[in-house]
Design a protein around this ligand. Structure first.
Ligand code: DAT
Ligand code: MG
Length: 149
């Protein structure tokens, strides 16, 4: 079972998409093991997006992601990192396939509604930025016997 960090960004919260996004994660069979709404602090946002620190869009990205409440989650399941990236769709919503979150709900790369970690290293790093170990729940979904061979 792999874990990944997922965020409903401030645009997704303000547009009333929290339930829609959580539903898509749950119906796929992935398990939400931690969940919180908060305004991410500027230091946490800068650490989260540190790989992009030199990019021209970095200041506006940090301003946006700290501009209002977002929903942070740890999502677990088989190949959760890859599966969550596929559920979200391409970074630029213009390239995102219909049926993905970005392909169904977004148009602009700077307002692409969701985040998900892109590798095991990123997932471990991002989960540690946003959650304490004690905030991550351990439980079984009752349907895991059917979801997994
Ligand atoms: P992803 O969120 O799919 O992992 P990323 O890590 O390349 O994509 O970029 C992080 C975020 O930064 C992305 O969700 C939106 C913003 N971003 C990326 N490229 C951008 C660009 N060319 N102009 C404006 N914002 C951009
Ligand atoms: Mg990324």
């Amino acid at each position: 079972m792999e874990q990944t960090y997922v965020m409903v960004k401030p645009d997704g919260v303000q547009r009333g998409l929290i339930g829609e996004i959580i539903s898509r994660i749950e119906r796929r069979g992935l398990k939400i093991v931690a969940l919180r709404m908060n305004v991410i602090s500027e230091p946490a946002a800068k650490e989260h997006y540190s790989e992009h620190a030199a990019r021209s869009f970095f200041p506006s990205l940090i301003e946006f992601v700290t501009s209002g409440p977002s929903v942070s989650m740890v999502v677990a399941g088989k190949d959760a990192i890859k599966v969550m990236r596929a559920i979200n769709g391409a970074t630029n919503p213009v390239d995102a396939a219909p049926g993905t979150i970005r392909g169904d709900f977004a148009l602009d790369v700077g307002r692409n509604v969701v985040h998900a970690s892109d590798s095991p290293e990123a997932a471990a790093r991002e989960i540690a930025i946003h959650f304490k170990d004690s905030e991550i729940g351990k439980y079984s979904r009752i349907d895991e016997v059917c979801l997994y061979e």
